[in-house]
Design a protein around this ligand. Structure first.
Ligand code: FAD
Ligand code: NAI
Length: 466
């Protein structure tokens, strides 16, 4: 029986990074993956394909609006097949990259579904039903998450789709109905709106992007509406009639009331994701899960069963690839006897729309709820020379700093390159920096990052350019 120091179940960003770090630390490591390719949700049907389509559709939209720069081009058209080809090429390059890294780091891969069948034992069943049992001193569960379903609405991935189907539609729908104004709904809704679909988003709550800073979410909703996305907040989809050529969705006020029918060619269900532990044998192994099906861990990724660890989407915390990766590194280091650690106050959250939205640390609402006194510094991109030159002046940078200590507690950006700019705050927060530290740091001119510095200056009410 093959025997390892570490067996990682799942090769998503959590699992594959954990395996590489474990191998770097000299541990004999194996990965069990049930899909044909490595990389998990993120590389195959998540982060990477969605960003390929976001990039392509963004270019299509930009090319249609170049006249402001004095550039006149004919009306562009979309070759969807080629665009989807670009997406597939991007995915292939990334999943092959992981296979290369496994080889380079001498990580053994076992293709098949893994099930814990006893202390330190994992049974791997391949697609032909052939089984093999492998042995490991440590088992890391990194099995990720799956789409949350709406009761009574069956996802066929053609007309009623999850994000997976929405990444592969073979024709631009005339009308796309998105259920859930979260990250997937707004990113993929943006893709298909740019390519020509009429998009309506139905959201249960009375706001979009729950959890994001409210001021940012409000401004972002206004910008999306200006782009042509329609919102129906405080509403829920209770059923979809699939007979006939057009889908007919029943939409009711969340608080109850009369239903209305909204027609669509495609319905995207994006109401969240749930931890994936099916067939893993956790119950039989005695591993505890919580009320939402997440594997319970202590602060160091240990489950209640000795030798079994868990990381990524399958445990508590934001369902983000970089969070899973950092946990992968941390758990490998802990297993190797080092002090692996993740700072959950410094995990950025980015929405890759146009403009982008990015956030880190606490929101104003969270600080108010916790009774923490804070100062706010804000700077609009309309006052940035670089943003004006780029004709990308929508949005702002907002910094929240502790009133007494000036330590930066949170930062929220809606605007051009927000996803890159937020990383300045990630470093600052990681180092326990203050708004003054950032305000005193020389920033290149003319760059968008000057807006970050100006917002930090704004905390002490001394921005220069506003
Ligand atoms: P996963 O990536 O889900 O990997 C789990 C792996 O385990 C899978 O390959 C699965 O096949 C395998 N597995 C499961 N059970 C078994 C078993 N019993 N045996 C063997 N193998 C098994 N996050 C970001 O940070 N940025 C983004 O831009 C972003 N975009 C996204 C876009 C979409 C459309 C979606 C759906 C998600 C996106 N995410 C994004 C979220 C991100 O994909 C997840 O947070 C991340 O993939 C979680 O990593 P993981 O390793 O925990 O799990
Ligand atoms: P989400 O949790 O971001 O948003 C789901 C939305 O659906 C919420 O606004 C919720 O209130 C709403 N909702 C729930 N039930 C509803 C109902 N019955 N009717 C109408 N609305 C309802 O989930 P989403 O967008 O599916 O994404 C899943 C996860 O994937 C996210 O948690 C995110 O972490 C990750 N992701 C990250 C991305 C990124 O980092 N850029 C991109 C895409 C996904």
């Amino acid at each position: 029986m093959a025997s390892y120091d570490v067996i990682v179940i799942g090769s998503g960003p959590g699992g594959y990074v954990c395996a590489i770090r474990a191998a770097q630390l000299g541990l004999k490591t194996a990965v069990v993956e049930k899909m044909k390719t490595f990389g998990g949700t993120c590389l195959n049907v998540g982060c990477i394909p969605s960003k390929a389509l976001l990039a392509a559709s963004e270019l299509f939209e930009e090319v249609s609006h170049l006249d402001g720069f004095g550039i006149e081009v004919g009306k562009p058209t979309v070759n969807l097949e080629k665009m989807l080809g670009h997406k597939s090429e991007t995915v292939d390059a990334n999943v092959q990259g992981v296979a290369y890294l496994f080889k380079k780091n001498k990580i053994t891969s076992h293709q098949g579904t893994g099930r814990i069948v006893g202390k330190g034992k994992v049974e791997v069943t391949d697609e032909n039903g052939k089984t093999e049992t492998i042995e490991g001193k440590n088992i890391v569960v990194a099995t990720g998450s799956d789409v949350a379903r709406l009761p009574g609405i069956e996802i066929d991935e053609e007309r009623i789709v999850s994000s997976t189907g929405a990444l592969s539609l073979n024709k631009v729908p005339k009308k796309l109905l998105v259920v859930g104004a979260g990250v997937i709904g707004l990113e993929l809704g943006s893709v298909w709106r740019r390519l020509g679909a009429e998009v309506m988003v139905v959201e249960f709550l009375d706001r979009i992007l729950p959890g994001m800073d409210n001021e940012v979410a409000k401004q972002f909703q206004r910008l999306l509406q200006k782009q042509g996305i329609a919102f129906k907040l405080g509403s829920k989809v209770t059923g979809v009639e699939t007979k006939g050529e057009t889908l007919k969705a029943s939409v009711e006020p969340a608080k109850g009331g009369d239903a209305e029918t909204i027609e669509a060619d495609v319905v995207l269900v994006s109401i969240g994701r749930v931890p994936y532990t099916e067939g893993l044998g956790l119950k039989e192994a005695g591993v505890e899960t919580d009320e939402r099906g997440r594997v319970k861990t202590d602060g160091h990724y240990r489950t209640n069963v000795d030798g079994i660890w868990a990381i990524g989407d399958v445990i508590t915390g934001p369902m983000l690839a970089h969070k899973a990766e950092d946990e992968g590194v941390a758990v490998a280091e802990i297993i190797a006897g080092q002090a692996g650690h993740v700072n959950y106050d410094a995990i950025p959250n980015i929405i890759y729309t146009m403009p982008e939205v990015a956030s880190i640390g606490k929101t104003e609402e969270q600080l108010k709820d916790a009774g923490v006194e804070y100062n706010v510094g804000k700077f609009p991109f309309s006052a940035s020379g670089r943003a004006r030159a780029m004709r990308a002046t929508d949005g702002f940078v907002k910094v929240l700093a502790d009133k007494k200590t000036d330590r930066v507690l949170g930062a929220h950006i809606v605007g051009p390159s927000a996803g890159e700019l937020i990383q300045e705050f990630a470093v600052l927060i990681e180092f326990g920096g203050s708004a003054e530290d950032l305000a005193r740091t020389c920033h290149g001119h003319p760059t968008l990052s000057e807006a970050v510095r100006e917002a930090a200056l704004g905390v002490a009410k001394r921005s220069i350019h506003i």
